[in-house]
Design a protein around this ligand. Structure first.
Ligand SMILES: Cc1cc2nc3c(=O)[nH]c(=O)nc-3n(C[C@H](O)[C@H](O)[C@H](O)COP(=O)(O)OP(=O)(O)OC[C@H]3O[C@@H](n4cnc5c(N)ncnc54)[C@H](O)[C@@H]3O)c2cc1C
Length: 305
């Protein structure tokens, strides 16, 4: 096996490190190492970083890792972590601007504070704005792309381009290019058009939605939200529960007894292989007992350990 050569780069303001465990960069708190990990200082710094990588260096993007399972063998090449607590949010020309590294709940609160409505659902989606764009995150009737006016994308060449929703085909938890090709590049920013409304009511709705989540989801334990997409006309959680799988465990991973579409890592000791095997087992049991083939919503990356 060829050893990974850490890239030798100049003039960067971000933080590059090597052989970094990705467990602390995913909400499942499981998984292997990245050969290299880059925390860009900002969008220009990220562009400079990409321009200096050889075309052979594989680049994988993570936001807050709240929809991602990293296998135990880790990720070859460089993982770019977009989450940035200092990411910018602003109101400009009637639109809400967000750096892709901003946390979606921060965007929800920012929008509400500035008298915008319909961003409230993002308060309970614990990822980044970039991750919400890549996944078309949604809940409680809201969906990220419904409000996008335009996005900025950093292409692998290190140049920026601005696109509109017409450039994409957007569906339930899926986004591709308009011609069906996978999304290219890294989302670096987005401009959202939210309707103007009652700021007090929007903040109250955020509170209400968060309380509903606390009541129904195992938020105190490492998890990655809904593991499976809801099949048409049904709920994955209902099917999994009907198959008697609540509380079913595999190694350190367990189907949450609180919400059947969540897999939790209760002691923080699950291997990614436990989680992946449990996902496969749930799929097989639900298929055998109900005839419904559940599709994973979480994204699995990296090499088996
Ligand atoms: C407790 C909990 C509740 C959740 N509830 C919901 C919910 O109600 N609705 C919902 O839709 N999801 C939910 N999720 C899942 C998850 O939070 C969302 O999918 C979120 O949008 C993922 O954002 P992230 O930054 O963590 O993405 P990651 O997990 O880091 O990445 C997900 C995918 O997006 C890509 N990506 C990330 N950033 C970028 C970028 N800047 N440019 C290009 N690609 C990028 C990654 O390469 C990867 O393929 C929940 C998760 C948890 C843990």
């Amino acid at each position: 096996m060829m050893m990974h050569e850490p890239p030798n780069l100049v003039g960067l303001r971000g933080r590059l490190s090597h052989r970094v465990s990705l467990a602390k960069y995913t909400t499942w708190r499981a998984g292997g190492i990245a050969d290299s990990l880059y925390l860009p200082a900002d969008r220009d710094d990220l562009a400079s970083f990409l321009r200096q990588l050889t075309v052979f260096e594989a680049v994988t993007v993570l936001g807050l890792g709240s929809n991602t399972l990293v296998r135990d063998g880790g990720v070859r090449g460089t993982v770019v972590v977009m989450h940035n607590p200092g990411a910018a949010l602003a109101v400009m020309d009637g639109l809400v601007y967000a750096d892709a590294g901003a946390a979606s709940p921060k965007l929800a609160r920012f929008a509400a504070t500035h008298g915008c409505v319909e961003a409230e659902f993002l308060a309970g989606v614990p990822g980044t704005v970039g991750g919400a764009l890549a996944m078309n995150a949604g809940c409680y009737g809201g969906e990220a792309w419904r409000h996008v006016a335009r996005v900025e994308v950093l292409l692998p060449s290190g140049t920026f381009t601005v696109r509109t929703p017409a450039d994409y085909a957007i569906g339930y938890r899926t986004v591709t290019r308009a011609d069906g090709a996978p999304c290219d590049g890294i989302f670096t920013a987005a401009w959202f058009r939210f309707p103007q409304g009652d700021a007090v009511a929007a903040r109250a709705r955020i509170k209400e939605l968060l309380q509903a989540r606390i009541a129904s989801q195992p938020l105190g334990l490492p998890n990655a939200g809904s593991v499976f997409r809801n099949p048409p006309g049904d709920h994955a959680a209902r099917l999994i529960e009907a198959c008697g799988l609540k509380g079913h465990a595999r190694g350190g991973a367990m189907v949450s007894p609180k919400h059947a579409n969540f897999i939790v890592n209760p002691k923080g000791g699950a291997r990614a292989a436990d989680i992946e095997a449990l996902i496969a087992e749930v799929q097989a049991r639900v298929l055998a007992q109900t005839g419904v083939r559940l599709e994973a919503e979480v994204r699995v990356i990296g090499e088996a350990g």
